[in-house]
Every structure is written in C-alpha cells, then in structure tokens.
Design a binder for this molecule. Structure first.
Ligand code: GLN
Length: 207
C-alpha cells in the first residue's frame, strides 16, 4: 500500500517528489512517514507488529464486501512507516479512498480507487493469514477481477456467501480438491481447519 500511495501521488496527482521517508528521509513530498511512536535508535520493539484491527469506513467498498460486509477485520502487521495522515484529504480529493483505518482514524489500513476494476492496497499483510483452504478475501478478489468474475463474487458476498474454499469459478469443470471429500463436501484438514467457513476475526493467532 505504501508504494501504491507514492505511485498515485507521482503519476495521478503530479507530485514528482512524492516518496517514503524510509527511502529518502528528506523527501520533499513525504507521503509515507515514520510512525510517531517509533524510535529509530531502538528498532527492536518499535515495530507495529502482529494482529491489529481495521475498521471499514466505506460500507460499499470492494474490500468490505469481500470480507463479508464485516464492520472490522483483524489482520497481521509488520511495519514502522505509515501513510502520512496529513496528506489523506489531498489523496481523497484526487480519487484515492482510504476505506479502512485503525481505531484512531489517523492510521490508514486499506486504499481503493472505487472506479478502478481492482486497485486495492493494504497496510497489513493479508498473506500472513491466507491458507490454501481459506485464502485471504483480498486475493480471492484479485483472482476474481482478473478473470472477469468480481461482480459475481461480490454479489455472492452480499447474499451472505462465504469466500473461501467453495468458490467455483466458471472456467472449467469443478474437481474436488485434496481437502474435500469426493462428494464435494468439506472435510476437516489435519490442522483442524474446516474448509468453507470464513471467520472474519481470523485464526486466533495474535502476537
Ligand atoms: N509492511 C510493510 O508495508 C513493509 C515494511 C514497511 N516499509 C515499513 O513500514 O516498515
């Protein structure tokens, strides 16, 4: 998400000096900055690390729908820099929407360009909790958008469908995967994860 913000600033907002202070501490247009509570001399304990809550601020956005119209989601983090909150109004006026924020409303968690087919970035790491039988909703959305099926998937989400495991895309016959019984029903995996059920609050792993 940090790089997407810099890219948007440079090429949509025409701010050629936009950068993260992680790369250029003297950036003229600092879109991504060191988090105020961090310490550059004591790097070890200053990282924003582990499970944190993101609140959806725009009910109608793609990511909220993909997460099953949840009000919030807990995802895992690992960062010291963040989107410069003072530049958020400028970004929003230019069309980049911050649809997910932390509890303070000052820390940006999810961006979207609403009229783009699928331009979504997250400060958290969706891959940390993504599993073969329970892929992250943001990755399911990317695959669906790439194959022209996002609308169908989003509609399914609004109808109360859960994302993982059961999604059948229409490009070919459906073959039960290794984690399913031959009748297509979910079978419990060795690690105890049941296929086909989405828990918005994740797998219970907290740092
Ligand atoms: N998690 C990330 O976005 C990567 C690390 C990031 N550049 C930071 O703020 O430290």
């Amino acid at each position: 998400m940090q790089m997407a913000v810099v890219e948007f600033a440079r090429h949509v907002m025409n701010l050629p000096h936009a950068n993260s202070t992680e790369f250029d501490p003297n950036a003229k247009t600092p879109c991504v900055i060191f988090m105020p509570e961090g310490s550059k001399t004591h790097m070890g304990g200053t990282m924003r690390l582990g499970s944190r809550r993101t609140f959806f601020k725009v009910a109608d956005c793609k990511s909220a729908k993909l997460y099953g119209n949840a009000d919030y989601v807990d995802e895992r983090h690992r960062h010291r820099y963040e989107v410069n909150p003072d530049m958020v109004p400028e970004f929003e006026n230019a069309g980049l929407k911050f649809v997910g924020k932390d509890e303070s409303d000052r820390r940006m968690e999810i961006i979207e360009i609403p009229n783009h087919q699928y331009f979504i970035g997250a400060q958290f790491h969706p891959e940390f909790k993504s599993r073969p039988a329970k892929p992250s909703p943001l990755f399911v959305g990317l695959i669906a958008a790439s194959s022209g099926q996002l609308d169908k998937v989003l509609q399914g989400c609004s109808n109360g469908h859960v994302i993982p495991g059961k999604h059948q895309f229409s490009n070919g016959p459906y073959t039960p995967a290794a984690h399913q019984n031959t009748n297509g029903h979910a079978k419990k995996l060795a690690n105890g994860v049941a296929n086909g059920t989405y828990y918005p609050n994740g797998n219970g792993v907290h740092a």
